[in-house]
Design a binder for this molecule. Structure first.
Ligand code: GLA
Length: 361
């Protein structure tokens, strides 16, 4: 028995683009992102006995509803199963269900397909098994699912942006105070996403390693979190070079986010783009989360007329870049970027002009 014909319930969640605030979220810092017009949807129905999951390109999974645990083989299912487990922990009466996953959000490209799958699952399950939770509680349950079922110690950026996104607005999130604010994104500015085609493997360890390194850096500087360190304090003596560079990235990223908020409010795309360029340079030198492919996409973009700035977006270590440009020029720039990249590498990148969309619904 499958979930093919009459899906009783469905929910969708968008991917997100991280505009600025790279690896700041789990350091209690600030981020600026936006939900994009690419989604993952989960639809299906309840079932008394089993949990059955279907997703194009992946092997079907079926388990007993009473035997919720991380899968060793079909790991893609862990995002869904992890969310079901976390919701149960919160008292949501999740029983069996059959669900199918669809969507047009590229997977593993740094556009947060993980959070989109987690959130669409959470909203789908909350429709099937109604229970009152605040939106922030839902976001945090999804984050815990990623920690416990997937093994990535991610921050809360992706889930918050995917859930609180608003069309034609950037989302500002303060990960310490949990303030969430939307800021109008000038219609004169366009965003282009370019997927390097090299898949990110978050769970492979680089991400978790950065998390440990930044914690060690905070300890070396004697602060609770890197959020508490000022740019002027970065040159303090007797800090190992690697920890100083990791700290510099995070501390200066926080600073860039605060400045970017002002610039966005003033409609200053040039200033904003400059901060994006600086962010990428810092990823390259200080945080070492870029790749040759991402560097190439960024450097091609930065030289094209009409481009205001470009950087990697999300965790890095592969995935995608985001380019800020003048709206009218966006389609031509996207085309040129794809053309130059494939001429230099022989690989056709996925490049698209993205729109800022509403959050999960
Ligand atoms: C991934 C994580 C986020 C955040 C970014 C980097 O997208 O899921 O929590 O840490 O990387 O800023």
């Amino acid at each position: 028995m499958g979930v093919t014909t009459r899906d009783a319930v469905s929910a969708c969640a968008p991917g997100r683009v991280e505009l600025l605030g790279n690896h700041t979220d789990y350091n209690q810092g600030v981020v600026l992102g936006a939900a994009i017009n690419r989604v993952i949807c989960v639809s299906g129905d309840m079932n008394d006995r089993t949990i059955r999951l279907i997703s194009p390109g992946f092997r079907d999974v079926e388990i007993q509803a009473t035997e919720l645990q991380p899968q060793q083989e079909n790991r893609w299912a862990n995002y869904i199963l992890g969310v079901a487990a976390e919701l149960r922990q919160l008292g949501v009466p999740v029983r069996g269900f059959h669900a199918r996953v669809r969507g047009d959000l590229p997977i593993g490209s740094g556009l947060s397909s993980s959070a989109a799958l987690e959130l669409s699952t959470a909203l789908f399950l909350l429709k099937l098994f109604p229970f009152e939770l605040t939106r922030l509680e839902i976001a945090k349950a999804c984050q815990r699912a990623e920690h416990r079922y997937v093994g990535v110690q991610s921050g809360l950026l992706d889930q918050v942006i995917s859930l609180f996104g608003r069309a034609q607005h950037a989302v500002f999130f303060d990960c310490r105070t949990e303030e969430i604010r939307t800021i109008p994104f000038p219609s004169s500015l366009g965003l282009i996403i370019a997927d390097s085609g090299r898949q990110r493997e978050l769970a492979s360890g680089e991400y978790n390693l950065r998390r440990t390194e930044t914690q060690n850096a905070a300890a070396a500087f004697g602060v609770t979190a890197l959020r508490d360190l000022k740019p002027a304090e970065l040159d303090r003596a007797n800090i190992p070079d690697l920890l100083r560079r990791r700290a510099r990235h995070v501390v200066e990223e926080n600073d860039r986010v605060w400045r970017a908020v002002q610039l966005l409010q003033a409609g200053d795309g040039h200033g904003f783009g400059k901060l994006m360029n600086e962010s990428h340079e810092s990823s390259r030198r200080n945080f070492e989360n870029s790749t040759p492919e991402l560097d190439l996409l960024v450097s091609i973009a930065q030289r094209l007329p009409g481009v205001l700035g470009a950087r990697l977006t999300g965790a890095g270590f592969g995935g995608a870049t985001v380019t800020l440009c003048e709206t009218n020029e966006a389609p031509a720039i996207a085309q040129q970027l794809a053309k130059s990249y494939s001429a230099q590498t022989g690989t056709e990148p996925q490049v698209f002009v993205c729109e800022i969309a509403d959050g999960a619904h």
